[in-house]
Design a protein around this ligand. Structure first.
Ligand code: NAD
Ligand code: IPM
Ligand code: MN
Length: 391
């Protein structure tokens, strides 16, 4: 049995989480796995009604009573200081010490990339964002707030241990996935103390991975190169704030924020999974949000839980939905959030032979990282009805 805590949260977090849960249930049925899914009410409404973001034992409960945590998104205009979101989202990252923010940037179809003529294999890398320190630690304060003399200080904390473990994770990921390139990005030309530590640790660690081509870019140049020539990247490692920013850029390279997935990990411990996007309040409850980022985050979760075949089935079903243009308007489809989730869950239940085992390729779950994607044939189309809509 696999115990999963689910916090749909706010806005479109609720919409996309329903689809991720639907897909997890379909996987459970098909693979004979028991997923015990506990829906938790935390989010803006709960906070506004009770004054509580998470109960006092919340982090211990999430860590000790579940194998994994899934969060939709947090953020609500009624709570402008984002207090509840900081407590739930950043609190979970910090309190459970989820130091790896694993954010794949993987283009699933040429038509989704805003760059001209980029094939899926040219946009396929992973960003490891440090997730427990940096500018996010909330060390600092405001002196003489709301006056003309105000002084605001927000410290960036970089520790040897913190920097070391995320960079080491990036190298280990490369090594265990047959990848040969790791790029570290910082701003050591301007931030000559904190980022000197990143330099020291990175170049120290490179000596332990002689088979890996280790490179460095300043973060501004990384942003430029991600647009100019994303094919050069396999693994990028960077700090908390820079990782936040470049993964929104990475999301866009894949077709938009609705497509991007993430895992917040502490290897070996209860970890948390969520799409990269936020609560997009203007789309909340309208059945328009793209659920793919959430569904792929559920795939990352199952992969992390060592349910590799199950995770592969999710990836393959999402790939099918993209190839056959069964998706939401943001990616050129005509389905709603629910219908897209129904379609993906339907493919998991009844994979179409042409897609599940194309003669010229291998199923996505057995595709080695960084090989060409399974589906290179033109999409046979929109002929197959969305199976889920009948369910
Ligand atoms: P956002 O990611 O919510 O939305 C930005 C825009 O991206 C949307 O207006 C929409 O055009 C597009 N978009 C995002 N997700 C989409 C989806 N699934 N399908 C289709 N289009 C999608 O970012 P924002 O507007 O800056 O933030 C809104 C709120 O969410 C804020 O309160 C913010 O703090 C919060 N936020 C939360 C998280 C999180 O919970 N992990 C992440 C980012 C932002
Ligand atoms: C993300 C989000 C969060 C972050 C916000 C909501 C605090 O943007 O998960 O990417 O900055 O980490
Ligand atoms: Mn972000």
């Amino acid at each position: 049995m696999t115990r999963i805590a689910v916090i749909p949260g706010d806005g479109i977090g609720v919409d996309v989480t329903a689809e991720a849960v639907k897909v997890i249930r379909a996987v459970g049925e098909v693979f004979g796995r028991r997923f015990e899914i506990e829906m938790l009410p935390y989010g803006a409404d709960y906070y506004l009604q009770t004054g509580i973001a998470l109960p006092p034992n919340g982090y211990a409960m999430l860590r000790d009573e579940f194998d994994a945590i899934f969060i939709g998104a947090l953020g609500d205009p009624r709570i402008p200081d984002m207090r509840h979101a900081r407590e739930i989202l950043l609190g979970t990252r910090f309190e459970l010490d989820l130091y790896v923010n694993h954010r794949p940037v993987k283009l699933l179809h040429e038509r989704l990339c805003p760059l001209k003529k980029r094939r899926p294999e040219e946009v396929n890398f992973v960003v490891f964002r440090e997730n427990t320190e940096g500018l996010y630690v909330n060390v600092g304060g405001r002196f003489k707030p709301n006056t003309e003399d105000e002084i605001a200080v927000q410290e960036e904390i970089n520790t040897y241990k913190g920097v070391h473990r995320i960079i080491k994770h990036a190298f280990e990921h490369a090594q265990t996935h047959g990848l040969t390139k790791v790029c570290m990005a910082d701003k050591s030309n301007a931030m000559s103390s904190g980022h000197a530590l990143w330099q020291r640790v990175f170049w120290e660690l490179t000596t332990q991975y002689p088979g890996i081509d280790a490179t460095h870019l300043f973060i501004d140049a990384l942003a430029m190169q991600m647009v100019k020539n994303p094919a050069q990247f396999q693994v990028i490692v960077t700090n908390n704030m820079f990782g936040d920013i470049v993964t929104d850029l990475g999301a866009e390279l894949q077709g938009g924020l609705g497509m991007a997935a993430s895992g917040n990990l502490h290897p070996g411990r209860t970890s948390m999974f969520e799409p990269v996007h936020g609560s997009a309040p203007k789309y909340a409850g309208k059945n328009v949000a793209n659920p793919v980022g959430a569904v792929l985050s559920a795939g990352l979760m199952l992969d992390y839980l060592a349910l590799k075949e199950e995770a592969g089935a999710i990836e393959a079903a999402v790939q099918d939905s993209i190839d056959t243009v069964h998706g939401t308007a943001d990616i050129g489809g005509s389905l709603g959030t629910r219908e897209t989730g129904d379609y993906i869950a339907g493919v998991i239940r009844h994979p179409a032979p042409a897609h599940s085992a194309p003669a010229h390729s291998t199923p996505a779950h057995s595709t080695p990282a960084h090989s060409a994607p399974a589906h290179s044939a033109p999409a046979p189309s929109t002929q197959r009805p969305a199976p889920g809509t009948q369910e």
